[in-house]
Design a protein around this ligand. Structure first.
Ligand code: TRP
Ligand code: ZN
Length: 470
């Protein structure tokens, strides 16, 4: 701003000019506020506009004794517009301080929105670092569908899980699957405890006070709902798959015996998945078995799914592993696209069975149409209650039709195009959007382009049709 020239103007003119300058130009005022949500059709306030995160560095200090979490989130982002302020999603906890580019920033909180006003506006294209210091006892959320997510305590520790919007209970971020980033998650715990997260364990350091810091690194992009942090007493086992993917399993001691058989098949499943879907997308794999009863579900947390107690079924382990390709590497653009996660992971179970002496996918497809629970327990569920690509509300994004009818969509494509084109399509899809995001429209266009078939009837009846396809 040119200050010297102003002295020649009369006072009212100066005031008017200043107001104008503040509104649209000037050294510190290039920006406007970033949007407080990304208008996801099911979770409109999830995520934030005006920037994309490139990297999260989370330093979490957790004491299972008192349940207190102290966190520092160092978030590297790129501004997609000039920003005078921007939001992060954060639920509960106390914010102790925020800096942007090393300078103290003003902030305020309303609901799950943390609004940060940097000392200086950010310019479009600028890469900037935000640091948020926070603490407190994180509170889990209860979903629209009644499932609990977020930070959940166990008898001797805790687990952070995110799908769909629980990650904001344990770290501030741009919590929408369309904004994927790399992560470094370091968890410091009292002596005798383990801390497990996604990716590769880079360091395990015992500090002067006897506590241990576990530094986990995720080099591949990750949607924030797939981040996890687990603290407690765990038995750790490491190894490698035949093709060299590093394995790290952490199992609650009480579940070790019951989990052993299912977990032993993970290396073989990784290789099978690579054969069917293309190269395993991550450098590490494994599993986390929580104490039984911690969660009402398993979750495909990136590289290292969490199971609530021993998986108890080969299918469940395979399902979570299949998500590493479908959901984790190829992530949904919005929560409306959940069937691209669950339909594929369910169909992967059908393929695994088919390839391992079990019932064929065709037979399973027919069993669903006939409601035959001898072949599949899900067959008499409400699998046909709504179209998988348009769940009637946020409480339905993990509903049976998203899983089963979603899998049936894929089988219908296979019926239309034949095995050769179908498997080329599945592999091509995983390759086309590897480490990216995709929508249902991306999929239908890709499927028709790749196979050369007009699949409109499949989309109309199976994917979008309100009526039961039976
Ligand atoms: N996505 C998980 C899976 O398919 C299941 C899941 C996670 C879930 N969170 C949920 C199901 C909440 C219902 C409600 O493995
Ligand atoms: Zn799933």
């Amino acid at each position: 701003m040119e200050h010297r020239a102003l002295s020649r103007l009369a006072a009212p003119a100066v005031a008017a000019l200043l107001a104008l300058t503040t509104a649209c130009t000037g050294g510190t005022v290039h920006g406007r506020p970033g949007a407080s949500g990304l208008r996801d059709p099911y979770f409109p306030k999830a995520g934030n506009g005006g920037y994309q995160v490139e990297h999260y560095e989370l330093d979490l200090d957790y004491d299972p004794g008192d349940g207190l979490l102290h966190g520092t989130a160092v978030i590297t982002s790129r501004a997609e517009q000039g920003l005078s302020s921007f939001n992060l999603d954060l639920s509960g906890l106390k914010v102790e301080g925020v800096t942007v580019q090393g300078a103290g920033a003003r902030y305020n909180r309303t609901g799950n929105e943390l609004t940060v006003r940097p000392a200086e506006d950010l310019e479009k294209g600028e890469v900037f670092v935000t640091e948020v210091d926070y603490s407190g006892r994180p509170k889990a959320l209860t979903d629209a569908d009644g499932a609990k997510e977020g930070w959940i305590t166990t008898e001797d520790g805790a687990v952070g899980v995110g799908e769909p919007v629980g990650s904001m209970t344990w770290f501030p971020g741009n919590h929408h699957p369309s904004d994927k980033a790399t992560y470094d998650i370091t968890i410091t715990v009292p002596k005798g405890y383990e801390a497990v997260s996604n990716g590769e364990l880079r360091a395990r350091t015992t500090q002067a006070d006897g506590r241990t810091a576990f530094a986990w690194h995720s080099p591949e992009p990750m949607a924030s709902y797939l981040a996890t942090a687990v603290v407690g007493k765990y038995r750790v086992a490491t190894g490698r798959t035949p093709s060299g993917v590093a394995l790290y399993d952490a199992v609650a001691p009480g579940e070790a015996a019951a989990s052993a058989g299912d977990l032993a098949r993970v290396p073989e499943m990784v290789e099978w998945g690579a054969g069917r879907f293309g190269p395993y997308p991550f450098s590490t794999a494994g599993a986390i078995v929580l104490p039984a009863g911690t969660l009402a579900y398993a979750l495909e947390t990136q590289t290292r799914p969490v199971f609530s107690g021993a998986p108890g079924s080969e299918d469940l382990v395979l399902h979570e592993l299949a998500h590493q390709w479908f959901g984790n590497s190829v992530s949904p653009k919005s929560w409306k696209d959940m069937w691209l996660n669950e339909g594929f992971a369910t169909y992967a179970e059908w393929l695994w069975a088919e390839d391992h002496g079990g019932v064929s996918a065709q037979k399973r497809f027919e069993a669903f149409l006939a409601g035959d629970t001898e072949v599949d327990e899900g067959a008499d569920s409400d699998w046909d209650a709504f179209p998988p690509a348009a769940p009637p509300g946020p409480e339905h994004i993990s509903g049976n039709p998203v899983y089963f009818r979603g899998a049936m969509v894929l089988h219908r494509i296979r019926q239309e195009v034949g095995d050769e084109k179908f498997f080329a399509l599945v592999r091509g899809w995983a390759a086309e959007h590897r480490h990216g995001n995709a929508s249902t429209a991306d999929f239908t266009a890709y499927a028709e382009r790749q196979t050369g078939h007009d699949l409109k009837k499949v989309w109309d009846v199976w994917l979008y049709g309100k009526d039961s396809p039976r």
